[in-house]
Design a protein around this ligand. Structure first.
Ligand code: FMN
Length: 206
């Protein structure tokens, strides 16, 4: 089994990466492989709500959203990591994930998801609230830890000094691994996935 992680920072070796790497190391201890997908610093388009998403994904193909979607469809679990910018997730991860989920969110149903936020000091809770909403609307079980999934530091080295933060990362990894193994055992026992009822779209409340 494999977990795909998204580093929503443009710093490939920064705080977010340190937190995700701690998770990855623990996942490997549990026999689960992982990949950290680096968004890097390239321009990312916003979703323009054109509604033209197709089997091939988002119509824009000049950034890496569709590449990420292809990997996410193959993965068993997803983790989104973001630095905090003005008490919210990085603008780039939101632009990226809006397009990932608007084009392909249904493909991720029943895959466990975890959000991770890192900051120098404040805004992590608000950022986690935002990222967790992608999971909630997509039938993705949310993976928690022994604290909310956050770590603190201004760079990767400082983050490693946040012992509780790193412990929280290791525990989210263990919880993710446990959930993946339980789901696999359920599949082997023939437990069917729930059938979602669809069709009603009430756009206003009388
Ligand atoms: C534009 C910007 C806004 C930031 N806003 C906050 C903030 O609201 N709260 C905070 O604690 N840190 C804030 N920071 C600091 C980063 O969250 C922090 O340095 C983080 O560790 C960076 O992660 P990275 O190395 O993965 O990019 C901000 C940094 C930038 C560049």
């Amino acid at each position: 089994m494999k977990v795909l992680m998204l580093n929503g920072s443009m710093h490939p070796n920064g705080t977010t990466f340190a937190a995700l790497t701690e998770i990855g190391r623990e996942l490997e201890q549990e026999g689960i492989s992982y990949e950290i997908f680096q968004m890097g610093g390239d321009a990312v388009r916003d979703c323009i709500g054109c509604g033209q998403c197709s089997e091939k994904g988002c119509v824009f193909d000049d950034d890496r959203v569709n590449e990420f979607v292809a990997k996410a469809k193959e993965a068993d679990g997803l983790i989104f990591g973001t630095p905090v910018y003005y008490a919210h997730p990085s603008g780039r991860i939101l632009s990226f994930l809006d397009r990932v989920f608007y084009s392909s969110g249904r493909s991720f149903a029943y895959k466990p998801g975890a959000a991770v936020a890192v900051a120098r000091r404040g805004g992590t809770s608000a950022s986690l609230d935002v990222l967790n909403k992608y999971f909630g609307i997509s039938q993705m079980p949310v993976v928690g830890s022994t604290y909310w999934n956050m770590a603190h530091g201004v760079n990767g080295l400082e983050a490693l000094l946040d012992e509780e933060g790193m412990q929280t990362m290791r525990n989210v990894a263990r919880n993710m691994a446990w959930m993946l193994k339980c789901f696999e055992a359920g599949r082997e026992k023939g437990i069917a996935l729930p059938q979602a009822e669809r069709g009603k779209r009430t756009n206003f409340i009388r």
